[in-house]
Design a protein around this ligand. Structure first.
Ligand code: ADP
Ligand code: K
Ligand code: ZN
Length: 426
């Protein structure tokens, strides 16, 4: 297969690009940012010490605290006259992270997105309904930039506005949807409700910004009659959405190893996990100018997928983002990720993909209630809630109360769905 937007590197070519990029990045950060220079000096590292890719392990980590410390323009490594734009994270956890971009950074980002569209099998004849936030958030701006560079037609509607979304799906016969999985679910439900299935032309959807379960995806694919859907990871710190894309073989996410080095480390020891094990994604960018990242601890969890992909693309893969370490909560002494609960709920066909976890405290004791929607058109057996509770008890070792609520009764979101409501400290 011939690609327009990325060469199919050999391992040797990739290693060469990575080493040059690593040397450039460390030197650039050292020369350009007092904040980085201080960090590097403290670790006793001079840019000239970087001689091989192995030397990456001696570099200090960059963290979200470094970004907050340098607010409003943290880790800026170029003179301000070279900055053409800023974006900020949606602030899911804590204070906004603000990142600056040079024109070259914008150009790199547009290539990343063009690669995504290409890998998703789109063409300049596609019409892309971009239903994510525009503005400070990276999502809208990124998809837009990539779509235009790729040559497809952008339909920049943003999130929300369901009536107009439906109108555009029908009138413009848009062929690809870019949104969060939550927003896509909402659209699918609306398309079904208004019986528009035969009037729309959507073929593909690209989901980012939050994890989604196979059940959620299947519902969206079936309801909207899609040919294929793709998971797109990304974060403001690494340009925005589009650090890689799931290919149509659906065996993981190919990431742009010529633009950044990915390490997957044990968050406690900060050493590489065993191949294939889950750990924290740590990213070192290779050509990012305004805010280069040296071993940035993303707090996102995933694993490498070893071996070659059946799609033939020579770019390495990681699994879906399985969660973020910030999402972990401690309940009666047990560390739990919402994703673990989702995985259990996933096994019950009578339940839909939508759930919420409520934590509260009564007389000094913590309680967990899991509200989960019944699947539309299914009868719920009397003992189902108890069966789910038992399953949670066996697999996660905690007691919870499971409440099965009617279909479509939990809140929906145009962006990232909040799955955990922790009221224990109020
Ligand atoms: P934040 O949510 O921290 O304010 P961003 O708006 O930059 O920051 O969102 C980036 C974060 O969103 C990632 O670090 C990751 O936790 C999550 N995320 C992004 N894309 C995906 C995806 N495809 N699957 C799961 N999680 C994702
Ligand atoms: K076009
Ligand atoms: Zn592949």
């Amino acid at each position: 297969m011939n690609y327009r937007f990325f060469p199919n590197f050999t391992k040797e070519e990739l290693a060469k690009i990575q080493l040059e990029g690593l040397k450039w990045t460390v030197n650039h950060a050292y020369q350009g940012s007092a904040q980085y220079q201080k960090k590097l000096k403290k670790s006793g590292i001079h840019p000239n010490d970087i001689k091989s890719l192995e030397d990456l392990q001696y570099l200090p980590f960059t963290t979200v605290e470094d970004l907050r410390e340098g607010y409003p323009l943290p880790l800026l490594s170029v003179p301000e006259e070279e900055v053409v734009r800023i974006h900020a994270s949606s602030g899911t956890t804590g204070k906004r992270k603000v990142l600056a971009y040079t024109q070259k950074d914008i150009d790199t980002w547009k290539i990343m997105l063009a690669r995504c569209f290409e890998l998703a099998g789109l063409s300049p004849l596609d019409r892309i309904q971009i239903a994510v936030g525009y503005g400070l958030w990276t999502a809208g701006a990124g998809f837009q930039l990539g779509c235009e560079y790729f040559g497809a037609m952008a339909v920049p509607i943003g999130p929300g506005n369901l009536d107009m979304q439906l109108q555009l799906l029908v009138d413009f016969q848009t062929t690809c949807l870019c949104s969060t999985a939550s927003m896509a679910l909402l659209l699918a439900e609306q398309v079904k409700k208004h019986q528009l299935q035969s009037k729309i032309a959507l073929k593909k959807a690209i989901f980012g910004a939050e994890p989604h379960t196979p059940k959620m995806r299947k519902y969206i694919e079936e309801t909207l009659n899609l040919e294929d859907t793709f998971d797109i990871p990304g974060m403001t710190e690494v340009y925005g959405p589009g650090t890689g894309l799931e290919c149509s073989a659906h065996q993981g996410i190919h990431y742009w190893a010529d633009l950044f080095i990915l390490e997957i480390l044990d968050p406690n020891t900060l050493k590489p996990v065993q191949p294939g094990e889950v750990g924290e994604m740590v990213i070192t960018t290779l050509c990012k100018e305004a805010v280069p990242l040296i071993r940035y601890r993303t707090r996102d969890l995933t694993r490498f997928i070893p071996g070659e992909c059946s799609c033939g693309l020579n770019l390495p893969r990681h699994d879906h983002i399985l969660g973020r370490s910030d999402d972990m909560f401690i309940f009666r002494g047990v560390n739990i990720y919402p994703g673990q609960i989702a995985t259990i709920l996933e096994q019950f066909p009578e339940l839909s993909s939508e759930y919420q976890i409520y934590l509260n405290r009564k007389q000094g004791l913590d309680f967990m209630t899991i509200k989960v929607e019944a699947q539309e058109g299914t009868t719920i057996p009397d003992n189902l809630a108890t069966a789910v509770e038992k399953n949670i008890k066996t697999k996660i070792l905690v007691s919870s109360k499971v409440e099965i609520v009617p279909p479509l009764s939990l809140p929906r979101s145009f962006g990232k769905t909040k799955r955990l409501i922790d009221e224990r400290d109020n």
